[in-house]
Write a protein that binds this ligand. Sequence first.
Ligand code: GLU
Length: 429
Amino acid sequence: MSNVRVRFAPSPTGFLHLGSARTALFNWLYARRVGGTFVLRIEDTDNQRSKKEFLDEILKDLKWMGLDWDEGPFFQSERSSLYMPHAEKLLEKGLAYKDGEAIIFKVADDQIIEVEDLIHGKIIFNTKEIKDQVLIKSDGSPAYNFCCVIDDNDMGITHIVRGDDHLSNTPKQILFYKALGFNVPKFAHMPLMMGKDGTKLSKRHGGVAVFEYKQEGFLPEALANYLMLLGWMPKDGKEILALDEAVKQFDISDINNVQAKFDVDKLKWINGEYIRQKKAEELRAPIMQKMEEEGYRKENIDKEYLLRIIELYKERFRTFSEFLTLTTCFFKDDYVMDEKAFQKNLSKEESKKCLAEFAKALKEVKEFTSKNIEECCRELSERTEIKAAQFIHPTRTAVSGMLGGAGLFEMMEVLGKDKVIARMEKWSI
Ligand code: GLU
């Protein structure tokens, strides 16, 4: 065990943001890398905005991503009696004064505060820009920066790894550490995560909260993998790496000093890589869950049938949502008919004739296997001297509503003879 102690300190005033998830991840990676301790602290002093549902979801999302904590969760709201004695001590020392019921910290003018930030390097602050700081508000509640310092000290935090949005808090907190006679921990501030276009991350970029990606059907390994690449790159440049592999290589000082840009397409690519590493059976349960969320009834999903479809499409989808879009025709008879596909493959008189001919020939196929279907198509093409493609394209669109997809004959086999022929006949008149 090393004596390194880091913490993740979310405020349960909203869902776990991707940026915060990355902060948690980097803290976790560092703790695991050095054999240190990862502490979870819930900063829930804002009574109005803190909600139990946010807290529950934050804890669930951390676990979902594979981030476990060694100590906590500690709740700031349960520690409220601990802050006042420290404020009183500062009053006694003459470092703070009272303003009504409030206790205010005196900030001496024109002092230099130097921080050796592990990511940014040396940062110099001047107290000229810092006004006197509230420690205890007039209603008796402690101010955020004060709680944070006392908690971090009580919890023995050695390294504070957090986003650049807290950089302006750092000199104020350092003043408190020194005034209280605490050891000042090391700081590492990560540049914020932005959208792909360089603007603040928003819904427009694909979502801002971890649970949105969970709901969308991303794999936790893929999200964790992608988040760690936002600001850090393994030395060998290998981008697909699981948490346990990253643990072997990670160091805080390797975090980039530039803003990371979140690109949902890259995340989808990584997710696709993880999907392909999995066996169809492993994907079945999460896909079934996604299907239930989308309104399918569990008892109506044939597990074997689903497995065959996953196998057929495994190389083609990057998310479970994409899987469902690509495979609707296997689960619903009222699948959407793509307008372009219809115009191209089903609107012309010859296409309808070909479809009818092929459907007729298929009725004679006894064992409806992809091999026999293909054979039937080839024979029909030879007999009629019409190219096989003239049968294949209208059939694909008739049975699936789409222009592309998995191999047509395999799709037809999985769909089954009755469904295939009924759909072909429907579109051939
Ligand atoms: N509670 C703060 C937040 O959620 C974190 C404070 C810190 O890391 O020092 O942004």
